[in-house]
Design a protein around this ligand. Structure first.
Ligand SMILES: NC(=O)c1ccc[n+]([C@@H]2O[C@H](COP(=O)([O-])OP(=O)(O)OC[C@H]3O[C@@H](n4cnc5c(N)ncnc54)[C@H](OP(=O)(O)O)[C@@H]3O)[C@@H](O)[C@H]2O)c1
Length: 271
């Protein structure tokens, strides 16, 4: 769901909460739908308003209020998963933990997770709460590859050019934190008609495997053993259909094909 920022229950919806509001209307019109789906949303980013710049806000009281606003927009009683959108350097972990405990105890949020955080950052938050942080949502795609390159560039001169915290994937796996990929289709950069070596390879593999280029991109993530769940960001039925094989079929990429996609996207040999 988009970052929530309405002016409160019953107030006019700010555009930043619009996807939740629209989703809430669909839920209201579709009895029984809520029980069949998992709703995950995020909180913790305050977007710019007028002259005021945006900022991150993981203060406890703000999180409770954001959840109340999201629930009102979504017209539901409970969020299945709430993600803390980005690290807030001013976080008071005790205050944050108290807010999560209160939301959970009231039955307003079932599970919590984070986004855009490294292993040590998650560990630092987890140390203050018994509620498990179960998801880490990171930008991951064949265009945004630092998450996979961090592991192999370690101990090479190129390591300093990669800002991704090495070990984050491994830390998440070891601690039961599920990985989700945002931006998994790289906003269409490889599938919207671009004529590059990698987009041609994606299209060629799709033809050979009787599927879509979108599925090849999503298989490339799913083929990684970290168990990455791609989160696609479209409202177009045809785009959702183009991604359907990625969920319906097991990733059909050989070890060699997976590496060929990576090396071609990288435009440089592996170390
Ligand atoms: N945690 C975070 O910090 C964070 C940040 C950003 C986003 N997210 C979440 O991640 C999810 C997906 O992110 P995303 O929207 O960046 O992912 P995405 O699925 O990689 O990109 C979706 C966007 O790319 C466009 N697109 C995809 N294929 C295209 C094609 N072949 N031609 C033209 N346009 C194409 C889509 O347009 P169409 O609508 O036309 O399909 C849509 O605007 C969202 O639910 C979002 O909430 C999280």
């Amino acid at each position: 769901m988009a970052c929530p920022r309405s002016r409160g229950r019953g107030a006019a919806y700010h555009q930043y909460g619009k996807s939740e509001a629209v989703f809430g209307e669909v839920l209201a019109r579709s009895p029984g739908l809520r029980q069949r789906i998992v709703i995950q949303t995020k909180c913790g980013i305050r977007l710019p308003e007028g002259d005021r710049p945006g900022y991150y806000d993981l203060r406890g009281a703000g999180i409770v209020r954001r959840v109340e606003e999201s629930l009102a927009r979504l017209r539901t009683d409970v969020l299945d998963v709430l993600l803390l959108h980005r690290p807030d350097p001013l976080t008071d972990p005790g205050g944050l933990a108290a807010a999560l405990a209160s939301l959970h105890a009231q039955g307003l949020v079932r599970q919590f997770g984070v986004s855009n955080m490294s292993g040590p950052q998650i560990a630092a938050l987890q140390a203050h709460t018994d509620l498990p942080l179960v998801v880490n949502q990171l930008e991951m795609s064949l265009v945004r590859r630092d998450w996979v390159e961090a592991g192999v560039l370690f101990n090479t001169p190129d390591a300093t050019r990669n800002g991704f915290a090495p070990g984050t994937l491994e830390w998440c796996a070891a601690n039961g934190v599920r990985l989700q990929a945002w931006g998994p289709l790289a906003r269409g950069r490889l599938t919207s008609g671009a004529d590059t070596r990698v987009s041609r390879l994606v299209a060629e593999l799709a033809r050979r495997k009787d599927t879509t280029p979108e599925t090849i991109l999503l298989w490339w993530l799913r083929r990684h053993p970290a168990g990455i769940a791609p989160v696609i960001g479209t409202t177009r039925p045809e785009r959702i259909s183009a991604c359907a094989d990625a969920a319906r079929r097991e990733p059909d990429l050989t070890h060699e094909e997976w590496y060929e996609l990576w090396a071609t996207a990288r435009e440089a040999p592996l170390p």
